[in-house]
Design a protein around this ligand. Structure first.
Ligand SMILES: NCc1[nH]cc(CCC(=O)O)c1CC(=O)O
Length: 286
């Protein structure tokens, strides 16, 4: 392999993530890298409500088509935007080391308890509703900087929620007019695969993944995904699952927030572990 073409979205966050993957592939494989930037349905339909149209697959389909028709060899995605199952012919080759998996409450300066919170995610709405029972929720769309401006400058709501990983990868440590409050897992369980960057390719492309990719991230994300796959039904179900070093954090709209001790062994048998824990939680027939 002399040259690799990487398919990417062109939002600032997507490009930052793709450049990290490009640097890694170039460093380890010594190959020349070319980027193919594509516009996905999710990028085009800026007015669509992610709440009603559904988020999954909206930001990934066009990149996957480029892999399948040979226009690109590799696609880079935020792992949390990927649907559970891979399309025929494609695989997740691996992940980059995960960044900070927590969510951050972005609050307009001077506001102690937000009364209006702009987030389209049912997972974030339900969990924040426990912390701020008087808050009303509204929708918000756009890139990270657009969202920050909507809170800090335009005042469309008192607060919003962003992934710490996104802020970190964009190098945003502060923003005029807002305060960042990192939300602990005991308040806000992150989305499945949050903060992981997935490298997708065609099945026949064989990377030496042991060196290229991060094994610990793959183990954690595969366990989180096993829960998501078993619970699938409505893809708009409010679900959060996070595999910590020795704790599994779980949030589901029917039962709320729970945490469990998690052994090292359990992490290596994701399907069994997810089944066992879900039946202990009262989810049967999955
Ligand atoms: N929902 C869109 C999306 N997909 C991935 C990230 C952030 C980066 C990540 O979790 O890897 C974001 C933005 C956000 O939720 O704040």
């Amino acid at each position: 392999m002399k040259k690799l073409t990487i398919a990417t979205r062109k939002s600032p966050l997507a490009l930052a993530q793709t450049n990290m993957v490009a640097a890694r592939l170039h460093e380890v494989l010594g190959v020349e890298i070319e980027l193919l930037t594509l516009v996905t349905t999710g990028d085009k339909q800026k007015a669509w409500s992610l709440e009603t149209k559904g988020g999954k697959g909206l930001f990934t389909k066009e990149l996957e088509e480029a892999l399948l028709n040979g226009d690109a060899d590799v696609a880079v995605h935020s792992a949390k935007d990927l649907p559970g199952d891979q399309p025929a012919g494609l695989k997740i080759a691996g992940y980059l080391p995960r960044a900070d998996p927590r969510d951050v409450l972005v609050v307009r300066q001077g506001i102690e308890e937000p009364r209006t919170i702009a987030t389209s995610s049912p997972r974030r709405r339900l969990q924040l509703g426990m912390k701020y029972p008087h808050a009303e929720f509204t929708e918000i769309r756009g890139n990270v900087d657009t969202r920050l401006r909507k809170i800090g400058q335009d005042g469309v709501a008192d607060a919003t929620v962003l992934a710490a990983a996104g802020l970190q990868r964009l190098g945003i440590g502060s923003w005029p007019g807002v305060e960042f409050r990192v939300l602990g897992f005991e308040v806000m369980v992150p989305a499945v695969a949050q903060a992981a960057i997935a490298i997708q390719s065609r099945l026949e492309i064989d990377f030496d993944s042991a060196e290229l990719f991060d094994r610990d991230t793959a183990v954690a994300v595969e366990l989180e995904r096993a829960f998501q796959t078993k619970l699938e039904g409505g893809c708009q179900t409010a679900l959060g699952v996070h595999v910590g070093r020795d704790t599994l954090w779980f949030f589901h709209e029917q039962i709320g927030l729970r945490s469990f001790p998690l052994s090292a062994d359990e992490q290596f048998t994701p399907v069994e572990t997810a089944s066992n824990m879900l039946s202990r939680l009262g989810f049967y027939n999955l």
